[in-house]
Design a protein around this ligand. Structure first.
Ligand SMILES: C[S@@+](CC[C@H](N)C(=O)[O-])C[C@H]1O[C@@H](n2cnc3c(N)ncnc32)[C@H](O)[C@@H]1O
Length: 277
């Protein structure tokens, strides 16, 4: 799979997902069609009802994440937040509320249908301190040292060039800025066959980084205070669902990945000074 073909497959999958929400068809995420009907173990029940009461229903329906980064990130009034791969915009709208009218929340996404949905959700929510930008997380259209917090929800695993994404996140963060990201992460080795499936890649599984590799990549671009906290660990039964979408030999493979995939909250800091860039 080339970088470009992965990107095209991701764009197509999430373009379709955005249209399904926009036309009232309901969203499905995870590894694809096997999850239609909302039983996706990765995406279900991420947000507390108290957190989302003021949001348009479409923003919640469009949620395709694997965590709740704004619940775990420290966000203060007046800060600037950037959400990498903002999808239907739920985490951008939640961040905007947290940083208040003196702060700003940017969403960045490469998929036109997702941007249209996010902008419609912003209009319905009546929130002004939000801007959705079109672009790629490998090439963030913001200046150096311009953002206090980079959040993201189940997107970095989709990128075929994660080093570049992390370098870009580091570049746009202000010194002392925080990286506060929910992502699918692997603990230990998984069978090579799982890594090869494009359906499993676009479903946030095949492209997931191994935990120690994630740490090493963050450290290599200059981040410090790196921490990876599991928020959900997937058992063999959950894995059966990921694998069924690919027509894989579920009975043989599911036990081998028991407990190896997790949703995690990944934190790191850009040093205040003396960073090597
Ligand atoms: C799994 S969805 C998550 C959306 C959102 N963060 C949420 O929690 O609902 C992935 C989103 O990331 C976007 N995306 C994936 N790869 C991207 C890239 N390389 N650059 C920009 N956006 C990307 C997709 O268009 C899609 O909207």
């Amino acid at each position: 799979m080339s970088t470009e073909s992965i990107k095209e497959a991701v764009r197509e999958k999430y373009g379709q997902a955005a249209l399904r929400v926009a036309t009232g068809g309901g969203a499905c995420c995870g590894a694809g069609a096997a999850f239609a009907g909302g039983a996706d173990p990765i995406t279900k029940d991420l947000y507390d009802a108290r957190q989302t009461t003021d949001l348009p229903q479409e923003a919640l329906l469009a949620s395709l994440g694997c965590g709740n980064p704004t619940a775990l990130a420290q966000l203060s009034p007046g800060e600037t937040v950037l959400d990498l791969g903002s999808g239907g915009g739920i985490d951008v709208l939640l961040s905007a509320r947290r940083v208040g009218p003196t702060g700003k929340a940017f969403g960045l996404d490469m998929t036109d249908e997702m941007l249209a949905l996010a902008r419609e959700n912003q209009r319905k929510a009546g929130v002004e301190n939000v801007e959705f930008l079109k672009g790629e997380i490998e090439n963030i259209p913001l200046p150096d040292n311009s953002v206090n917090v980079v959040i993201s929800n189940c997107v970095i695993n989709l990128s075929a060039d994660k080093d570049r994404v992390l370098r870009e996140a580091f570049r746009v963060l202000k010194p002392g800025g925080r990286f506060a990201v929910s992502d699918v992460v692997v603990r230990g080795e998984v069978p090579a066959g799982i890594r090869r499936g494009i359906e499993l890649w676009v479903g946030c599984v095949a492209g997931a980084l191994e935990e120690s590799e994630y740490r090493a990549k963050l450290a290599a671009v200059g981040f410090e205070a790196i921490d990876i906290e599991p928020t959900r660990v997937y058992k063999a039964d959950d894995a059966r669902r990921f694998l069924a979408a690919q027509g894989a030999d579920v009975d043989a493979i599911a036990p081998l990945v028991d407990g190896k995939f997790m949703s995690a909250f990944v934190r790191a800091k850009k040093p205040v000074k003396g960073y090597a860039r």
